[in-house]
Design a protein around this ligand. Structure first.
Ligand code: AMP
Length: 377
C-alpha cells in the first residue's frame, strides 16, 4: 500500500496539505501544531459543530461516504485520522488513492477488544485474563473460568468507560448482560492494579521510534481526569519494550498510545489507541516536541522531534464545565487548552497543562486549580 515514491514526495514538501478523518479536539490540536509548521488541513467529519472545522476546510460527510473519502484522498498529500472508530472500510477506500496512517490493520485490531488482547498476547505482552462472550449463557460459563470480580465490556465502540459493567457476584450477571444490548462482549478479570500508566510512542516512516516519559493516569467513571508525569518512572523500560513490539509488528507510522495497569511490579496492557491520545496532551507544554507535532512529522517522513520532558508536568481534563479563563490563568505554570465545545455533563471541554520545576510545585498548582474548579471560581 505504501509507495516509496510518495514517501519521498511528502518528506520533501514544505507546505503539506494534510487530510484528517475526524475533526474533534484531537484534529484541532493536530492542526494547531501543523499550521505552525506551514501545513494546511482538510477534515472529514459528519458534525457541523466539529471543533477542528474552523482550522481548515471541512468536508461535512459521513465516514463511509465514498465520494467524500475520495475527495479527501486526492486533494491532500497524506491522510491520517484522529478517531479510531472510523470504519476500516474508509481507510481501505482512502488507501486506494493515497497514503493513510495509521493503516487498516492497526485500526481493525484497536476496534475490537478481543483482537487487541490477542495481538498483545501474540507479542508476549501480558493482558488480563479474558473470555469473549456473546450470550448470557456464555457469560455464565466465562465467569466460572475467570471468577469475581470481573468486568464485562462491549468488544467494539466502547470509550471513556461506556459499555462496561462491573460484576461482583452471580447476582450481577443478568443486568450486566442486559447492559451490552446483545452486542458481542468480552469478560475480563478485574486487575487489582496499584496504578494506571500510559505510554505515548511514535514511529516514523523509516522505522525509527521515540517514546515519551510514561504518564500516570487517574480515571473517574472510566473518564481520564488527570495525567501526571514522573521523569525516570520505573515502568518506562518495560513499557518501551512492549510498545516497540506493537509498533514494529504493525509497521506503524505515527503516534500510538498504550494504556497499562501496574500490578505486582509488572505491566498488563489494557488497550491501545492508534492516534494521538488524551494522556499525551501534557506534551504540548511539558515536552521538547508535542505528540501532535511528532505525529505530523512521522506521517510526512520528517525526522522525529525529541520527546524528553521539560521539568515536571500534569494534565487536568476540564469535564462538563469550563472554569473562568482569567482565574485559572492567574495561577503560574498553567496553560489552558479550550476545545470550543458547548458545555454538557460528562463532556471533555478542554484541558489544563500545569508545569513546574519540581513535582511539589506542580502538585501545589494543581491543587489550587482543583479548588478553583470545585468552588466555581
Ligand atoms: P477501558 O475502557 O478499557 O480503558 O476501561 C476504563 C477504565 O476502567 C480503565 O481505565 C480502568 O480504570 C477500569 N478497568 C477496565 N478494565 C479493567 C480491568 N480488567 N481491571 C481493572 N480495572 C479495569
Amino acid at each position: 500500500m505504501h509507495e516509496p515514491a510518495k514517501h519521498q514526495r511528502t518528506s520533501e514538501l514544505t507546505q503539506a496539505h494534510i487530510g484528517i478523518i475526524g475533526a474533534g479536539q484531537l484534529g484541532q490540536m493536530l492542526a494547531l501544531a501543523g499550521i505552525a509548521m506551514g501545513q494546511r488541513f482538510t477534515f472529514l467529519d459528519p458534525s457541523s459543530q466539529a471543533p477542528a472545522g474552523k482550522l481548515g476546510r471541512h468536508i461535512q460527510a459521513e465516514y463511509d461516504d465514498e465520494l467524500a473519502l475520495k475527495q479527501l484522498a486526492v486533494e491532500c498529500d497524506v491522510i491520517t485520522l484522529e478517531f479510531e472508530n472510523v470504519p476500516v472500510s474508509a481507510v481501505t477506500s482512502v488507501g486506494r488513492h493515497n497514503q493513510i496512517h495509521p493503516g487498516e490493520r492497526a485500526l481493525s485490531i484497536a476496534q475490537d477488544r478481543v483482537h487487541e488482547k490477542q495481538y498483545f498476547e501474540s507479542l508476549g505482552i501480558p493482558v488480563a485474563t479474558y473470555q469473549p462472550v456473546d450470550s448470557l449463557a456464555a457469560l455464565e460459563a466465562a465467569v466460572l473460568m475467570i471468577g469475581y470480580p470481573a468486568i464485562l465490556k462491549t468488544r467494539r465502540l466502547g470509550y471513556d468507560g461506556k459499555g462496561q459493567a462491573l460484576i461482583r457476584s452471580a447476582a450481577d450477571l443478568t443486568d450486566a448482560w442486559a447492559q451490552m444490548h446483545n452486542h458481542p462482549a468480552i469478560l475480563e478479570k478485574m486487575v487489582p492494579f496499584i496504578r494506571e500508566v500510559s505510554l505515548i510512542a511514535v514511529r516514523g516512516l523509516t522505522g525509527e521510534c521515540a517514546f515519551y516519559p510514561v504518564g500516570e493516569n487517574q480515571h473517574r467513571s472510566g473518564i481520564l481526569q488527570r495525567t501526571e508525569i514522573h521523569p525516570a518512572d520505573p515502568a518506562q523500560a518495560e513499557a518501551e519494550v512492549y510498545a516497540r513490539r506493537v509498533l514494529s509488528g504493525l509497521d506503524y507510522v505515527g503516534v500510538l498510545a498504550i494504556e497499562f495497569f501496574e500490578h505486582k511490579g509488572q505491566l498488563i496492557a489494557n488497550e491501545m489507541a492508534p492516534r494521538v491520545h488524551n494522556s499525551g496532551h501534557w506534551t504540548q507544554n511539558g515536552a521538547v516536541t508535542s505528540q501532535f507535532e511528532n505525529h505530523l512529522r512521522a506521517i510526512l517522513g520528517w525526522p522525529l522531534g525529541r520527546t524528553e520532558c521539560i521539568g515536571h508536568s500534569m494534565m487536568l481534563n476540564l469535564i462538563g464545565k469550563m472554569p473562568s479563563h482569567r482565574a485559572i490563568l492567574a495561577i503560574p505554570g498553567v496553560h489552558l487548552h479550550d476545545y470550543g465545545k458547548e458545555p454538557r455533563a460528562g463532556r471533555k471541554l478542554g484541558h489544563l497543562n500545569i508545569v513546574g520545576n519540581t513535582q511539589t510545585e506542580c502538585r501545589v498548582r494543581a491543587a489550587q486549580v482543583e479548588q478553583l474548579i470545585r468552588h466555581g471560581n
